[in-house]
Design a protein around this ligand. Structure first.
Ligand SMILES: Nc1ncnc2c1ncn2[C@@H]1O[C@H](COP(=O)(O)OP(=O)(O)OP(=O)(O)O)[C@@H](O)[C@H]1O
Ligand SMILES: Nc1ccn([C@@H]2O[C@H](COP(=O)(O)O)[C@@H](O)[C@H]2O)c(=O)n1
Length: 231
């Protein structure tokens, strides 16, 4: 807390916004960079996934926008922003793993395409950024650099060639064949790209292409961008 400010006063955080396509490393790289910087970390995709999980649990018809929007009223969402202690809860239930199943992954596009749902989630993300502990936070998703936090101190489009992203994702998924995993990734990018542009950097956004970088080099590049913005 800077000298002169009363305990609990609002202090603007240093925000690093990261966007990119599926499998580009947004969550793993952002989490590791947050750890290195001593920042908080927010995975916004987790909220889209959690709302999809919640709607599925409630038997909501995902093709009915009004029903999906109505499920928001009972969506009791909590996320941990400590990069060393991440969790996602809905109604007190830990759904950290449940929101990563292929079923939820396939359902989330129905949620993400609805402007009214997106507007509510944008407000939620900004609230999480305001409330998180620490002096800074890395928030990652698809529209963070452009919609959620266009004034962020650092704005990064993290990308990698599609074949590299598919190979990285396939290496971690054991419940599907590499072909199924790659096809699902391409399908999701195609659906998401109709809603928000995360393939082209907006003005002022730095493109970080990790195609030829290993994981540690990519994390270091994010850390360097954040540190150079503070000097
Ligand atoms: N530069 C890199 N070199 C090697 N592997 C990487 C690199 N960056 C990320 N990875 C790996 O790629 C995989 C996908 O990364 P991650 O899940 O963070 O992507 P994402 O962008 O958050 O994906 P999604 O949007 O689908 O959730 C992970 O296994 C991660 O460890
Ligand atoms: N800012 C965001 C974040 C996510 N989405 C949607 O959620 C899906 C899951 O996100 P992951 O980062 O966990 O892969 C994603 O496919 C998008 O449909 C979004 O629209 N905006």
């Amino acid at each position: 807390m800077p000298a002169g400010l009363p305990e609990g006063a609002f202090v603007a955080k240093f925000v690093v916004a990261v966007d990119g396509p599926a499998g580009s490393g947004k969550s793993s790289v952002s989490r590791a960079a947050a750890r290195a910087l001593g920042f908080g970390y927010q995975d916004t995709g987790a909220a889209y996934r959690a709302l999809a999980w919640h709607a599925l649990q409630q038997g909501v018809d995902l093709d009915d926008p009004a029903a999906v929007l109505a499920s928001w009223d009972t969506f009791d969402y909590a996320i941990g922003t400590d990069p060393d202690d991440s969790f996602v809860r809905v109604g007190g239930v830990d759904v950290t793993d449940a929101i990563r199943t292929p079923e939820v992954t396939a359902a989330v596009a129905h949620i993400a395409k609805l402007p009214d749902v997106r507007a509510k989630l944008v407000q939620l993300f900004r609230q999480v950024m305001r409330m998180a502990d620490g002096q800074g936070i890395i928030t990652e998703g698809r529209d963070i650099t452009t919609v959620v936090a266009p004034d962020a101190e650092v704005r990064i489009l993290l990308t990698a060639d599609e074949s590299v992203r598919m190979a990285r994702r396939s290496a971690e998924v054991t419940t599907q064949s590499a072909e199924e995993t790659s096809a699902a990734l391409a399908r999701r990018d195609a659906a998401d790209a109709k809603v928000v542009d995360f393939m082209n950097a907006a003005d002022g956004v730095t493109t970080l292409d990790s195609t030829d970088l290993d994981f540690d080099q990519t994390v270091q590049a994010v850390v360097d961008l954040a540190r150079s913005a503070t000097n």
